[in-house]
Design a protein around this ligand. Structure first.
Ligand SMILES: C[S@@+](CC[C@H](N)C(=O)[O-])C[C@H]1O[C@@H](n2cnc3c(N)ncnc32)[C@H](O)[C@@H]1O
Length: 267
């Protein structure tokens, strides 16, 4: 892998965005505050004694869980944002101080890499994981990355990832009126131009955040065309039971929030 110096400041390094992102519940509390985590956790299965790569690791919550709780043999996290990696290392030092001090210990390792250009060593990992990072890549970069992932996995190796569901990043026409969850029948999640892949500008935590829209078909085709066997696909929404207990979130069942995919390299 090569250390990347991005040519433009990554969005997660922008102070206004970083400040908002750092305050999200999942940024403060980690995996227990990520609603989709129990589903992803099941899709991962047993990861004891495996070599793990986390693409777009952010604050490293998954890396620490894999290394220190799930019994992975080794864990490496990559991210393009210097701020996110700095915070990941701080959290490692706070939460697992002994492992940080011992040379050759069970510490998580990190490197700064751009997923658009990263190259991965052949047969280096047993599991490649990514949570909510791949929707920042345009489709050609996504396809290239999935081929790299295929190359770095051993036979039987697994690729498990989540992205914002494409319905979530489909374009929203400027005159759309949003209704509050559970109210009326005004359209909340318009799907106009679903087929048109490309950048979608969102004002989320800061103005001008760019995510990359592509169809569910494009995600699945990228995985299959790279030579993976598709093992599981989930469109994550809160359960009916959750909505009964949190009725103000009823509208969250109007459309899927996350697309979760598990794929495997043939043995
Ligand atoms: C929503 S955060 C998710 C972080 C972490 N995976 C999690 O689930 O908590 C997205 C992460 O992807 C990273 N990212 C976005 N584009 C990237 C790229 N081109 N290369 C590497 N990392 C990228 C961001 O810097 C950020 O840390």
């Amino acid at each position: 892998m090569s250390q990347a110096e991005p040519s433009v400041l990554p969005i997660y390094d922008r102070p206004d965005f970083y400040s908002g992102y750092s305050k999200l519940a999942r940024s403060v509390d980690g995996l227990p505050s990520a609603h989709e985590w129990p589903t992803l956790r099941k899709m991962l299965g047993d990861i004891s004694n495996v070599r793990v790569l986390d693409l777009g690791c952010g604050f490293g919550y998954f890396c620490r869980w894999a290394q220190h709780e799930a019994g992975a043999r080794s864990v490496h996290g990559v991210d393009v944002s210097a701020r996110m990696l700095e915070r990941a290392r701080e959290l490692d030092a706070d939460m697992h101080p002994q492992q940080q001090q011992q040379e050759g210990s069970k510490a998580v390792s990190y490197s700064r890499e751009d997923l658009k250009t990263i190259t991965l060593e052949k047969g280096r990992y047993d599991l490649v994981y990514s949570s909510l990072a791949l929707h920042y890549l345009p489709t050609p970069s996504f396809q290239r990355l999935v081929r790299e992932v295929r190359n770095t996995l051993v036979p039987g190796g697994r690729f498990v990832f989540s992205v914002e569901h494409p319905i979530f990043t489909a374009p929203i026409p400027p005159d759309t009126t949003f209704r509050a969850s559970g109210e009326g029948d005004a359209r909340m999640w318009p799907l106009d131009s679903y087929a048109d892949e490309g950048p979608r500008v969102r004002n989320w935590l800061a103005d001008g955040v760019i995510k990359q829209h592509r169809t569910v078909e494009a995600y699945v085709s990228g995985v299959l065309e790279a030579g993976f066997v598709l093992k599981e696909l989930r469109e994550w929404m809160p359960s009916e039971e959750y909505v009964r207990e949190n009725p103000t979130d009823a509208g969250e069942r109007d459309r899927p929030l996350f697309l979760l995919i598990a794929a495997e390299v043939r043995k």
